[in-house]
Design a protein around this ligand. Structure first.
Ligand code: ADP
Length: 423
């Protein structure tokens, strides 16, 4: 099938997030991990390419994104979406602005929009200022992010040093007047030579207006929520073939495993809830892993009944994480956990687990890589931004749920399993 929208995401769980929201429409969505080698084959109406470019050096991010664009163009796409984090995670060097300018140059377009709002998840933009819940971005926990500390809440000021052309705003007063008002405002900005337009949105209905106004521009940029209305708009325009709907989920055996390497507050609550339900559990401690390697975890896993959906988790409280990091170093502690969970994912698959749930962005990346998954078909949504995905690994059909740290509610691990049972 010819691809109608090509999406490029700057990180892995961001890619599953946008893919999941697009799949809400029932249209087939396919996610590729990295730029696929070789020409496009068996393409879906919506193709998402997951990069790992958020904090990569600018030159590397540009090269990867341009390669992704070329592949998506070869798949037939004429419209593109550059997806970044809803908290605009970037430094003054980039990579959001430089990548957008490179994509615009390659597409020969002279205007794009920036709308990372995701009101359903508490991200809104008013007068160009991004809020996380009720806090301005620069007062939210994002101010202390280890790689991309966000110390300004104003998207125009954040974007300006990252781009070479002028930055402007379509404000909420205009967006509240609907799609036609947004379209006219963008036209006026274009006449003034404004290349980069930040667009306010405080409600999901604002995103409907913005997506409608921009449905035929070559490049949109923003968070995943802005893309969610696009499938319905494309169907209304008859840009989508009627047989674009997703295939039925594959039939899978009962075996399941949960692998949690996220220490985010929500994951801690999710692990605690899952333990209270009495699932078999194995706690991983990086200090012990440094001594023993993955052996004891693999031995434990080999003794489990996978129908009981056992959990292996390194999820721990900040003090315990800090203790391990002090003794082993941040990178080594992380790697020990990621490597062990990734090895366990392969062992669980080989022992018959067809449903694998991974918690943590980095953890999900390590698990997917170890399972040698190159492509995921997007299935039913478990929580906003977290879909089940279906793929082939080790010659078998499996289902993977990849959850970034703070996504989902307390019952996520068991909700995920019942969601697949209903699908
Ligand atoms: P999140 O999406 O919540 O940020 P990630 O998987 O991206 O989760 O990141 C969590 C990191 O913390 C991973 O590198 C993981 O290996 C590491 N980690 C997990 N548990 C521990 C622990 N107990 N001590 C130290 N590091 C840990």
């Amino acid at each position: 099938m010819t691809t109608v929208l090509g999406c490029i995401a700057d990180d892995f769980t961001g890619a599953t997030d946008i893919a999941g929201l697009l799949a809400r429409s029932g249209v087939r969505v396919s996610l590729r991990i990295g730029v696929p080698e070789g020409p496009p084959r068996d393409t879906a109406a919506f193709e998402v390419i997951a990069l790992k470019s958020r904090t990569a050096p600018v030159g590397e991010a540009l090269a990867e994104t341009r390669a992704a664009l070329r592949w998506l163009q070869a798949a037939g796409a004429q419209r593109f979406f550059w997806k970044y984090c809803s908290t605009f995670d970037s430094t003054s060097e980039g990579n959001i602005g430089p990548v957008a300018e490179a994509l615009m140059a390659d597409l020969g377009t002279d205007q794009t929009i920036y709308c990372p709002a995701f009101p359903e998840n508490g991200r809104s933009i008013f007068m160009g200022n991004l809020f996380v819940g009720r806090q301005p971005l620069a007062e939210s926990p994002m101010k202390d992010h280890p790689l991309t500390p966000m110390r300004d809440s104003n998207l125009m000021r954040l974007l300006a040093p990252q781009v070479t052309r002028p930055v402007g705003l379509v404000d909420r007063l205009c967006v509240a007047d609907g799609a036609e008002a947004v379209r006219q405002a963008l036209g006026r900005l274009q006449e003034q030579g404004i290349t980069h337009a930040v667009v306010d949105a405080v409600a999901m209905s604002d995103l409907d207006s913005i997506a409608s106004a921009c449905r035929d521009i070559p490049l949109m940029t923003g968070g995943s929520a802005l893309a969610a209305p696009l499938p319905a708009l494309y169907i209304a325009e008859e840009w989508l073939a009627p047989d674009a709907t997703a295939a039925a989920p594959p039939r899978l055996d009962a075996g399941a495993v949960v692998l949690s390497g996220s220490c985010s507050a929500m994951t801690q609550a999710q692990v605690a809830a899952y333990l209270r339900q009495g699932h078999p559990a194995c706690r991983l401690d990086p200090l012990e892993l440094a001594e023993t390697g993955a052996g004891p975890a693999l031995d434990w896993l080999a003794r489990q009944d996978l129908a009981k959906a056992p959990i292996l988790y390194a999820t721990a409280e900040p003090a315990s994480v800090a203790w391990a990091q002090e003794r082993l170093g941040v990178a080594r502690a992380g790697r020990l956990v990621e490597d062990t969970l990734a090895t366990c994912a392969v062992a669980a698959r080989d022992a018959g687990a067809c449903r694998i749930i991974a918690a943590g962005g980095e953890t999900s990346g390590a698990v997917t890589q170890a399972l040698e998954v190159a492509r995921l078909n997007i299935g039913p949504e478990i929580a906003p931004g977290v879909p089940w995905t279906f793929c082939t690994s080790g010659g078998r059909q499996i289902a993977l749920a990849l959850k970034s740290g703070n996504f989902g509610t307390e019952g996520f691990f068991s909700d995920a399993q019942s969601r697949l049972a209903q699908a």
